[in-house]
Ligand binder design. Structure first.
Ligand SMILES: [Zn+2]
Length: 203
């Protein structure tokens, strides 16, 4: 369950010289300005605007921004132009941006690694395969002889890419014993067509 919503934090306040419109008391009205922000699981994500209220210390009358007189509104405008949006209200957005950058760096490194491994298949390599009808399975390199690569196909396939982890968990016994010969160039074509999605090589 995703828990999200908005919260507010006070960023400015000011004692006003305006008389209270309710009880007439002088120097008893205080204005507070709030920064609203969106949160996800109580982590501030991004700011979503400001608002303000006044309260009279004498009669306790509270006025919201929409009830402000033009005098109160101009005080409010001055207060918000002097108060900065706290940087921490961007926390979630900053973390998310950083994560996206890290994931794309990691993906780029993995793509580079795969592009090298496909050119020199090695016994024991496990290929993650997407076949023509969008099912997923594994190939294992049995041996390499010149330009020919003998592969063992996995007995199982999955209709979900995440199912590949389950297939890997089945171990060596799940590969069919009969090796099938393919040219290195065939594997390269499959890789270029996106049918070989990833290559695992034990170091
Ligand atoms: Zn009052």
């Amino acid at each position: 369950m995703l828990i999200y919503g908005s919260k507010a934090t006070q960023i400015a306040s000011k004692s006003l010289s305006d008389k209270c419109t309710n009880c007439g008391a002088e120097n008893s009205v205080q204005m507070a300005v709030f920064q609203k922000y969106a949160h996800v699981f109580w982590i501030p994500f991004f700011p979503i605007g400001k608002t303000g209220v006044t309260q009279c210390a004498h009669c306790k009358q509270v006025l919201e921004k929409k009830e402000f007189s033009s005098s109160l509104l101009s005080t409010y405008e001055t207060l918000i132009s002097d108060s900065k949006t706290p940087r921490w209200t961007f926390s979630g957005l900053a973390v998310l941006t950083l994560l996206i950058i890290l994931v794309s760096i990691s993906n780029a490194q993995n793509d580079k690694k795969n592009a090298q491994l496909i050119l020199a298949p090695k016994k024991g390599d496990i290929y993650e395969i997407r076949n023509d009808y969008e099912h997923y399975t594994l190939y294992k390199i049995d041996r390499v002889a010149g330009d020919t690569v003998f592969i063992l196909m996995n007995e199982y396939e999955s209709n979900k890419v995440t199912g590949l982890n389950t297939l890997k968990g089945k171990g060596d016994a799940a590969f069919v014993d009969t090796p099938i010969p393919l040219f290195k160039s065939d594997l390269k074509s499959m890789f270029d067509a996106g049918k070989i999605m990833n290559i695992d090589r034990k170091q």
